[in-house]
Design a protein around this ligand. Structure first.
Ligand SMILES: Nc1nc2c(ncn2[C@@H]2O[C@H](COP(=O)(O)OP(=O)(O)OP(=O)(O)O)[C@@H](O)[C@H]2O)c(=O)[nH]1
Ligand SMILES: [Mg+2]
Length: 428
């Protein structure tokens, strides 16, 4: 963990993109790495870049560049070197030996941020699991300062080295964490029951896109918002007033980022299950960010990896208040034309800036079909026809002059029926 207390850690950044990556993107990658470093509580004291045809096995960087890194990082008094690229366990070990400075890669940095920010028990379990899984293949590097000695009566099997013992213990801990997470996931599933007849939407998107701000604005409740990466780690669900008497449930989720460590994605599956259960994904995009198109692509890829690529999705283009006023219409047209998904343009901070989204959600609620039991006098032919036309009749029993229907119907139709005095019972 990075110490927040003084002396503040001084971090030296390294970007080694492959040739062919556009220079503006490299600027953005390293800018984002700087923001991650800042979020972790360290200060950036310098950076170095190298374009590579392919990573070198020994130091990731070329030999000469690696020596340059040692000199510059030492000159700046760096206590930490952070690579934007994922290093193999061997590369990390070699670089640490060469520079005498602690080496981290982007994945490790993100894991560290998650570790310091996890608040709920579930988030903590998920982060610990991801960290252990990341650590396991890198244990050898972490143990280089110790000789592989035997010892510790009762802790290890015969002939085991310290390294093997640690591996075994970590393996056990991982298994235990997985069990605990499974239990939490089951509890969640139970909590979700009974929500079936309500529209559930989940906010997903790149970190800092404004998901929590959108939920705060929609629900009028206090949701934690911060201009830092990964402000939110837990799924929070709020009831949202959609106007005209309609309500829906909206869930806020953890943000995504490029090169998200895959252990972390896997560990957060339980939290993201909330998104999996949703009827609708609200993919929130910071339209004022110069790299929003690439951010959207990253989010699409993570969603696809989670098996959520085919979910009904609305693109929520946020922060429109930040666009240059005279260009706003052109931006909107361009953004909307790029994708197949329906889109809305909102601002989570401007007055009434979220109304387009609220309206869209209300329309969706009106489309949601609830399963109900209806009792109706057989003489009401017109109403009967309406039910058959607008919904799906699952079962029908004629009991003399009364017809008993089990049907799926849009909320709007149910409202009309109830207004007319038809007996409608929630079929859940
Ligand atoms: N100008 C402007 N700023 C916004 C808008 N929406 C969010 N922000 C700001 O953007 C920053 C990030 O907002 P959050 O709501 O925390 O973003 P998030 O997507 O939940 O981020 P993570 O939880 O970190 O993934 C905060 O400083 C917000 O005040 C908007 O519509 N306009
Ligand atoms: Mg958030």
């Amino acid at each position: 963990m990075i110490e927040l207390a003084p002396p503040v850690e001084k971090a030296f950044l390294v970007a080694a993109p492959l040739k062919g990556v556009q220079p503006e993107l490299v600027d953005e990658y390293i800018g984002e790495l700087g923001r991650l470093t800042d979020t972790a509580g360290a200060v950036v004291v310098g950076e170095i870049r190298q374009r590579l045809d392919s990573p070198h096995p020994k130091y990731y960087l070329g030999e000469g560049k690696a020596h340059e890194l040692r000199e510059e990082a030492t000159a700046q008094g760096a206590s930490l070197i952070i690579f934007d690229e994922e290093l193999s366990p061997a590369q990390g070990k070699n670089l640490e030996k060469l520079t005498g400075i602690r080496i981290m890669d982007r994945a490790e940095l993100i894991l560290d941020i998650f570790a310091t920010r996890a608040r709920t028990a579930e988030a903590k379990l998920q982060v610990e699991l991801a960290q252990l899984q990341y650590m396991l293949p890198r244990l050898a590097r972490m143990w280089t300062h110790l000789s592989r000695v035997r010892g510790g009566v009762g802790m290890r099997g015969p002939g085991e080295t310290q390294l093997e013992t640690d591996r075994r213990l970590i393996g056990l801990r991982i298994a235990r964490l997985k069990e605990d997470l499974e239990r939490v996931a089951k509890q969640r599933a139970t909590q979700r029951k009974g929500r079936e007849n309500v529209l559930q939407a989940a906010l997903v998107g790149y970190t800092n896109a404004g998901k929590s701000s959108v939920l705060r604005g929609l629900s009028g409740t206090d949701v934690f918002v911060e201009d830092r990466l990964f402000a939110t780690l837990d799924a929070t669900t709020r009831t949202v007033d959609l106007g005209e008497g309609y309500e829906g449930l909206v869930t806020d989720t953890v943000g995504f980022i490029r090169k998200l460590p895959h252990h972390l994605v896997a560990s957060f599956r339980a939290t993201l299950e909330e998104a999996g259960e949703a009827d609708l994904l609200l993919h929130t995009i910071d339209l004022s960010h110069p790299g929003w198109e690439e951010q959207k692509q990253v989010v699409d890829e993570v969603l696809a990896g989670l098996g959520l690529g085919e979910k009904p999705t609305v693109l929520v283009f946020n922060k429109t208040d930040r666009l240059p006023h005279e260009e706003e219409a052109a931006w909107r047209d361009r953004a909307a034309a790029l994708y197949e998904e329906p889109s809305v343009f909102v601002s989570a901070v401007a007055a009434d800036g979220l109304e387009p989204l609220r309206t869209l959600l209300r329309e969706k609620v009106q489309e949601v079909r609830a399963e109900v039991d209806i009792r109706l006098p057989a003489s009401q032919g017109a109403t009967m026809a309406e039910i058959y036309r607008e919904g799906e009749v699952l079962n029908r029993e004629d009991e003399g002059a009364v017809v008993h229907l089990r049907a799926r119907l849009p909320a709007a139709v149910l409202g009309r029926l109830r207004q007319r005095g038809v007996e409608v019972l929630d079929g859940a």
